[in-house]
Design a protein around this ligand. Structure first.
Ligand SMILES: [Zn+2]
Length: 309
């Protein structure tokens, strides 16, 4: 019997009695497909002060109370306000504060990613290069990371966490991965079983339309510009690499403090706002302080919900 005919017949015979059963089946489907549920907190930018300290605590308390529960947290980077231009003393204070609040308010496993503002000393007037914690070493230590980029597995899903901030010798920084990291990434992608799904985490978006909207204005000539420190400049190279892996399904980022969701060449790219909103001064453009909750399913699909807290 054709489904249409069956529905016609059954609704005629039994009125609406089919409805509750149909609803139950539909509601049960997502749970059967569900594989992972996690919170993505990015751009926390904690620093001493009532608003940032209470704000970070409140976001973490909110995550602990989520129902259904989340399995873990990904910290998308820019954990602290800034170490790039800060003194060693201020950097220590900010990391101590971050770890104190995290310890007090969180019981979930946390997978960290390095943000540009987590890098120590690059933009100091006289960079403290002799300090063994200069550059990314301090963030790696404070966040208890094994390496500045790494991989972890959760059942059917493999996560690759990148370090997307590179020093620009001409000044500032560039969003991209370095040569050593690219070799590692190529090897890692080749190692992951093809029946697993892959998700890439980077602080700076690999692809995002928010990156071109960060300054909320046009260039004098009318262009909307995507600046090199606001999106991965190696996107075209990464795109080619990603095309070899149809099991690579999503790329998650932060950095821009705005939110978007793009689908490009069968990969979902999500830019996940900021826990700190406008660096603890309310909303940034249209976006309130928020974090994301992701559901990753056993069929390689995923969904995101942004949660203002
Ligand atoms: Zn950033």
């Amino acid at each position: 019997m054709k489904r249409k005919d069956f529905l016609k017949l059954s609704s005629a015979a039994a009125g609406l009695s089919l409805l509750p059963e149909a609803l139950t089946a539909r509601e049960a489907a997502p749970a059967a497909r569900r594989s992972l549920r996690f919170a993505y907190l990015t751009d926390i930018h904690v620093k001493p002060g009532e608003v940032p300290e209470k704000g970070m605590a409140k976001a973490l308390q909110h995550v602990q109370k989520l129902r259904p529960k989340v399995d873990f947290i990904i910290n998308g980077g820019d954990s602290i306000m800034d170490a790039l231009a800060a003194t060693a003393e201020s950097t220590q204070t900010q990391w101590d504060l971050f770890n104190k609040i995290l310890k007090q308010e969180n019981n979930l496993p946390v997978y960290p990613c390095i943000g540009n503002h987590d890098v120590y000393g690059w933009f100091q007037k006289n960079p403290d290069t002799s300090n063994p914690l200069y550059g990314k070493a301090w963030a790696v230590k404070a966040l208890q990371m094994s390496e500045r980029y790494y991989h972890f597995n959760k059942g059917k899903w493999d996560f690759i966490v990148l370090d997307s901030t590179q020093l620009n010798p001409a000044g500032g920084y560039i969003g991209k991965i370095d040569d050593e990291q690219l070799v590692w990434l190529k090897n890692k992608l080749a190692e992951i079983p093809s029946d697993h799904y892959i998700s890439i985490i980077s602080h700076i978006p690999i692809l995002s339309i928010c990156s071109g909207l960060f300054f909320n204005k046009n260039e004098p000539n009318g262009d909307l510009k995507i600046q090199r420190n606001l999106m991965h400049t190696d996107f075209l190279e990464l795109k080619k690499l990603f095309r070899q892996y149809p099991n690579l399904k999503s790329c998650l980022s932060g950095h821009i403090h705005l939110q978007d969701e793009l689908r490009y060449l069968d990969i979902s790219y999500y830019c996940n706002g900021a826990v700190s909103g406008a660096w603890w001064k309310g909303a940034y453009q249209e976006f309130q302080p928020a974090y994301a909750v992701f559901e990753y399913f056993n069929d390689g699909t995923c969904t995101r919900e942004m949660v203002p807290y």
